[in-house]
Design a protein around this ligand. Structure first.
Ligand code: PLP
Length: 402
């Protein structure tokens, strides 16, 4: 007998297991619409030229070292990262009531944030939208909090945000509960509240004394504009409440595997700033001591330099424009081939994904007959489509819904 004999098999991750199945498929026609990473119109991974430029620069600079960072990461990166999401003129930043720590991309920022809540705020209930990015439900209990509860978010009939249901559910939450919001480009639905709807949401959150936790995995990637995509987060910060803001540079800088991200804790008053930072550092020390340097060094260099920043903004416009073009192409191809139903939601949704409305049976049918891969909830990565595959995918979708 080994001590490991009784270890139960974990279920496959609903998102990551798709790439494995895709790789194992030998069909030359196979298409991966499961991957949450940008692809060029040739279906290839993309390294932003500005990222490449700084990689070369640092590799060739003899003063580049690989020393340890402090527990809370690269100070210059943290400062610029907070400014990117909160805005250069943010009163919270100017009043010195934001604590920013570098994190292992967006997931790591969530993980540290929830661990901090479990340790220092208490056993609060965490509400996540229904549906949400599946990993939210893993991270919260692993960080030491009770299992998540959900609030109504998506209305399958209108294919938009069920704002009345959302407001009702938040009104019923206990005071002090944590509420996860996707700052923009809601994953998986691609449906975001309008500005007016966000204003109604912030009112309920304030009056019920809830604690918002903003998850920003797509800043600049949704609309193509960094400020537009930060609007909802900034609205909540302006209301002056205690809150958490997670950031990821995976999609917007294309540095998926470098794990570049940050957690910002926004405090109502600067009083507890030093204590909060000290505890975050202590948590990090016990988990992984300190974060990786490479990606943060590049991200900071891009954000610090005016020209580089402008080039980055242009890249964001380009990547998000290709995704929007693919939305139009797919919708048009479905109209052209006569697939039954209304497909306008594909162009109305925002961000990397489209929530097509395909059922899990239809998803399985497309995988088995056409070698097209997507998550079982019918979520399609628009970045996985190309001019060369969009008609093939549309025809397969037509076959699936007929
Ligand atoms: N949050 C949401 C909603 C996401 O979609 C993702 C990535 O898919 C993340 C967080 C975190 O990604 P990463 O840890 O790669 O930054």
């Amino acid at each position: 007998h080994s001590i490991f004999d009784s270890v139960p098999q974990a279920p496959p991750d609903p998102i990551l297991s798709i790439s494995a199945a895709f790789r194992a498929d030998a069909s030359p026609r196979k298409v991966n619409l499961g991957v949450g990473a940008y692809r060029t119109d040739a279906g290839a991974p993309y390294v932003l030229p500005i990222v490449r430029k700084f990689e070369k620069h640092f590799a060739n600079d003899p003063s580049t070292t690989h020393e340890y960072l402090p527990q809370d990461g690269f100070t210059k990166f943290n400062r610029l990262s907070a400014r990117l999401i909160l805005g250069a003129d943010s009163p919270a930043l100017n009043e010195g009531r934001v604590v920013t720590v570098q994190a292992l991309s967006g997931t790591g920022a969530l993980r540290i944030g929830f661990a901090f809540i479990a340790n220092f705020i208490g056993q609060r209930v965490v509400y996540v939208p229904n549906p949400t990015w599946s990993n939210h439900r893993n991270v919260v209990p692993q960080a030491g909090l009770p299992a998540t509860r959900s609030y109504r978010y998506f209305d399958a009939n209108t294919r938009g945000v069920d704002v009345e249901g959302l407001l009702q559910d938040l009104s019923c939450a206990d005071e002090g509960s944590i509420v996860v919001f996707h700052g923009c480009a809601h994953n998986p639905t691609g449906a975001d509240p309008s500005k007016d709807e966000w204003r109604r949401i912030v009112q309920v959150v304030a009056s019920k004394k809830l604690v918002p936790f903003f998850d920003n995995a797509y800043q600049g990637f949704a609309s193509g504009n960094l400020n537009t995509d930060a609007w909802s987060t900034r609205l909540f910060v302006q209301s002056g409440m205690d809150m958490f803001v997670a950031q990821s540079y995976a999609k917007n800088m294309g540095m998926y595997g470098e794990r570049v991200g940050a957690l910002n804790v926004v405090l109502r008053s600067p009083k507890a700033v030093d204590a909060v930072r000290s505890q975050l550092k202590q948590l990090i020390r016990a988990m992984y001591s300190n974060p990786p340097l490479h990606g943060a060094r590049i991200a900071a260099a891009i954000m610090a330099d005016e020209d580089a920043f402008r080039q980055w903004e242009m890249e964001l416009e380009k990547m998000s424009a290709r995704i929007r073009t693919m939305r139009t192409r797919l919708r048009d191809a479905l109209i052209k081939n006569g697939a039954p139903g209304n497909w306008d939601h594909i162009v109305n949704q925002i961000g990397m994904f489209s929530f097509t409305g395909l059922t899990s049976q239809q998803v399985a049918f497309m995988r088995d007959k056409y070698h097209i891969y997507m998550t079982s909830n019918g979520r399609v990565s628009m970045a996985g489509l190309t001019e060369g595959t969009v008609e093939y995918v549309a025809d397969a979708m037509k076959d699936a819904v007929l």
